[in-house]
Design a protein. Structure first.
Length: 98
């Protein structure tokens, strides 16, 4: 599994989704498994979350799509290298040894 030490950044247009996801997670932590009213509330929040995601993703501008693709939580080459190689040396161009 690849893990990154960077803090994920949430684009402005995705903040309502992120806030709703946090609320759902908090309710899941607080809810005992037998409490139906809280479980129903969680299900309502999850339905609302899906609707909100569909609404946001259907109306993204090209720039917003670019921001979504370049989110910091996506793995980069430096995240994969420790999983692939035991030792590696980062080279900085062809004139670094002069």
């Amino acid at each position: 599994m690849i893990t990154s030490s960077r803090k994920p950044l949430v684009p402005d247009f995705m903040r309502p989704v992120a806030e709703l996801e946090v609320q759902v997670e908090e309710l899941k932590k607080l809810a005992p498994k037998s409490d139906l009213t809280i479980n129903n509330k969680i299900a309502q929040f999850q339905e609302q979350l899906v609707k909100l995601q569909k609404e946001i993703f259907s109306s993204l501008t090209p720039l917003q799509r670019l921001h979504l693709v370049r989110q910091s939580e996506r793995p980069t080459t430096l995240d994969y290298i420790p999983s692939i190689l035991d030792e590696w040396i980062e080279l900085h161009g062809d004139r670094g040894g002069r």
